[in-house]
Write a protein that binds this ligand. Structure first.
Ligand code: PFF
Length: 459
């Protein structure tokens, strides 16, 4: 296939650094700071971390390059990428499923993102002043999420901020915001890890995170670790296809992809080093579920000088990290509507945001505000948890499987490797990558999904 020229009008990240910041901005978010710690806490600590890391290397990184290559080669959104690279085929529906997945992830992600705004407000107004132990912190969280107006209002506020940025387009809107805020976030996390690790009783948290107990590994733990690896790297639904389409051909894709993967994984581990030492020091419960970070963090701020200032900085940067991720989720849907459906960017942005806000409402009300949504009959979990598992684990795993099958067996490993190396820097160990995409990923991910369906061990 002839190379598709890049189109300046479509928007482009101005430089490799700009791409890395936006790509890392998409990858680094609530997945690292909120989802990773509570999944690790619920699934046995180190055992989960080990499998997660294995999946990042063996599945996440190969899928990341597959998506970036598809995006840059096709110069399209997820649906267009499949149809351009396999003309006349029906592969486009995989991209369509990705767009739907992005939309549904955005609808629960923005609820948690809204909480970060609420916590920012509470930090500013001194709610966490005075001794904050795990019990008091838990009560603050419980009251906060059970307030329906708060939960829904903050989520809609967050979606609106996302829409305003995405409306601005690729370079002006997305890149400018991410380039400044990601480095600041990283610096603050290192500082907080330093404080958490020196708390009295911190060692128990470190060994929870690093001392592996293999008896904790079950098929459900494995599928959650796979989902988390994909979720954290923004894979399996086309976000990296979309961002790949904005990466300049002169920029080194191997370097861009490796940087994003390293930053993202490093930050997840850093978040673990903040949460678990503090959790064990304060006596909170590791399997505390989606409220975990929100309950544990105030106890750290309570135990540090200038804690109030650090709390404000932390929630501000967490909200920003969430924003750089919601931007990419919304951008996937918008780029599809603009490229494939010919809808104007403005209409696409606001229409998608409104629909997403509607779907977000039941999630926002599922942590105590409406009891029927907090414990869905027959599922044993709340609406937000169900969305999280359905879209965040299963849809992404299925999407990653289809992307590997497509690149490995339909589009082809060689054209993908050519695109990855188009700047003149080839992917090191390209043959290994090809084998992972063609054989290892499909067998591992496909096998796991089939096993889960057959044994009906879904959650
Ligand atoms: N990777 C993001 C996080 O870890 O918070 C979440 C996410 C963003 C998932 C974009 C998928 C996506 F397309």
């Amino acid at each position: 296939m002839a190379t598709i020229p890049q189109n300046e009008a479509r928007g482009n990240f101005g430089s490799l650094m700009g791409f890395v910041m936006a790509g890392a901005g998409s990858a680094i978010g609530l997945g690292n700071i909120w989802r990773f710690p509570y999944m690790t806490g619920e699934n046995g600590g180190a055992a989960f971390l080990l499998i997660y890391l294995l999946f990042v290397v063996a599945i996440g990184v190969p899928v990341l390059f597959a998506e970036l290559a598809m995006g840059r080669a096709s110069q399209r959104n997820p649906v267009g990428a499949f149809t351009v690279l396999a003309p006349g085929s029906s592969w486009g529906w995989v991209g369509g499923l990705g767009v739907l997945t992005g939309f549904c992830i955005l609808a629960f992600y923005s609820v948690v993102a809204g909480w970060t705004l609420g916590y920012l407000g509470m930090a500013l107004s001194g709610t966490f002043a005075g001794p904050v132990d795990a019990e008091r912190s838990g009560a603050i969280f419980g009251d906060f999420v059970a307030d329906p107006a708060m939960a829904v209002g903050l989520c809609i506020l967050f979606l609106t901020i996302t829409a305003v940025v995405v409306r601005g387009g690729v370079q002006k809107g997305i890149q400018r915001t991410t380039s400044v805020l990601m480095p600041a976030f990283f610096a603050l996390l290192v500082l907080l890890a330093g404080r958490s690790l020196t708390l009295e009783g911190a060692e128990a948290g470190v060994s929870f995170l690093f001392a592996v107990d293999f008896s904790k590994i079950t098929p459900t733990v494995v599928v959650q670790a796979l989902g988390q690896a994909l979720f954290s790297l923004s894979l399996g639904m086309g976000a990296m296809i979309t961002y790949g389409s904005y990466l300049d051909r002169k920029a080194s894709m191997p370097l861009a992809g490796a940087s994003v993967a390293l930053f993202d994984t490093g930050i997840a581990i850093l978040a673990g080093l903040i949460i678990f030492p503090a959790l064990f020091a304060s006596g909170a419960d590791p399997s505390g579920g989606p409220g975990l970070v929100f309950v544990v963090m105030p106890t750290i701020f309570d135990a540090m000088p200038l804690g109030g200032v650090f709390a404000v900085a932390f929630y501000l940067l967490l909200a920003t990290a969430a924003l750089t991720s919601t931007i990419s989720l919304l951008e996937v849907v918008v780029s599809y509507l603009v490229d494939e459906r010919g809808i104007g960017r403005e209409v696409a942005v606001w229409g998608t945001t409104a629909a997403c806000a509607a779907l977000a409402v039941p999630s926002a009300l599922s942590l105590g505000a409406v009891s029927g949504l907090s414990e869905l009959p027959g599922v044993g979990m709340g609406f937000l948890d169900l969305q999280n598992a359905l879209w965040g684990n299963y849809a992404l795993s299925f999407g990653a499987l289809m992307i590997c099958l497509f690149v490995g067996w339909r589009w082809g490993v060689q054209p993908a490797l050519d695109e990855i190396g188009a700047s003149g820097q080839p992917l090191p160990a390209g043959a290994v990558w090809g084998a992972l995409v063609r054989f290892v990923c499909p067998v591992a991910v496909g096998g796991l999904l089939v096993y889960i369906v057959v044994t009906q061990n879904y959650f």
